[in-house]
Design a protein around this ligand. Structure first.
Ligand code: PLP
Length: 287
């Protein structure tokens, strides 16, 4: 496995980061998770747009141009001879001193890791996941806009810990007002009477690339789509619930907090959206 580290390709054993790196000391940095489908880097541009927007928002200078970054992604995939897999792109503030001042970090570090991906088994897409709502809240309002895909993932990790304790694959996070925000690393959608709903990002959700693709597909396929806040009551009483994310794609939910959703398996609109999503993943991106 070859890891891209600041312009060089090094082995996994040599891919090391300083203990003074502010990504490590303070979670000061940003990242992207990107899929490769049959050699195609899916929605590469959208991921890079989000990365560079996150960087701008936290005043982090990425030492690569957009084109150089894209070339680095392509080269990492090529070197690792991957046709299908997952890319983790991390830009940290880089090594500094123990103070939190980012001015003490002269250069951001860029790391690209590409590897195989362990995803849900295919039957999970037909049967749906069991899910729960959890107590950690998306901090809104907060200085850290949920659109920034930062290295501060403790909230999401607390969600994942509760999901693990309950033995479920993904859990639902609310915001401070009690509106449904997202999962630990997925966006959430519900379907009621043929209308598809997802929370607007200001409720406290990342502007997911998969979410964006599903919103577009709803338009193409003629499913009415509304971005509006909703509560757990709306989730419990929905006809269909599903999560979207780079790793999970479009995964149905069959039960939330003990309430069976719809027929207790992947519903027709979820299934249709997954089918159509899988048609675009090999073409919509960079080869
Ligand atoms: N929400 C959070 C908090 C995430 O970390 C992710 C994963 O990247 C998502 C949603 C889904 O976004 P995307 O579809 O871009 O992977």
């Amino acid at each position: 496995q070859w890891i891209y580290l600041n312009g060089d390709f090094v082995t996994k054993e040599d891919a090391k980061v300083s203990v003074f790196d502010h990504g490590f000391l303070y979670g000061d940095g940003i990242f992207e998770g990107i899929r490769i489908y049959d050699g195609n880097i899916f929605r590469c541009k959208e991921h890079l747009d989000r990365l560079y927007d996150s960087a701008k928002s936290i005043m982090l200078d990425i030492p690569l141009t957009y084109q150089e970054m894209q070339d680095a992604l392509v080269e990492t995939v090529r070197r690792n001879e991957l046709r299908d897999g997952y890319i983790r792109l991390v830009v940290s503030r880089g090594p500094g001193n123990l103070g939190l001042d980012p001015q003490r970090c002269p250069k951001a570090w860029v790391i690209i890791i590409a590897e195989q991906l362990a995803i849900y088994p295919e039957e999970a897409y037909r049967n749906g996941l069991v899910s729960i709502s959890v107590s950690p809240r998306r901090n809104i309002p907060d200085a850290l806009n949920p659109k920034i895909k930062s290295l501060n993932y403790l909230n999401n990790i607390l969600v994942k810990i509760q999901a693990n304790l309950a033995g479920v694959g993904e859990a639902i996070m609310l915001n401070a007002q009690g509106y449904v925000a997202e999962g630990s690393s997925d966006n959430i959608f519900i379907v009621k009477k043929g209308v598809v709903y997802t929370p607007p990002c200001w409720v406290g959700a990342l502007e997911g690339i998969t979410r964006g693709a599903i919103i577009e597909l709803c338009g193409k396929l003629g499913y009415p789509l509304r971005e509006e806040p909703f509560t757990l009551h709306d989730v419990y009483t929905a006809d269909e619930v599903f999560f979207t994310g780079t790793a999970a794609e479009v995964i149905a939910v069959r039960e939330v907090d003990g309430r069976t959703i719809g027929a207790g398996k992947a519903g027709p609109i979820t299934t249709h959206l997954l089918e159509e999503f899988r048609k675009i993943v090999t073409v919509d991106g960079v080869q």
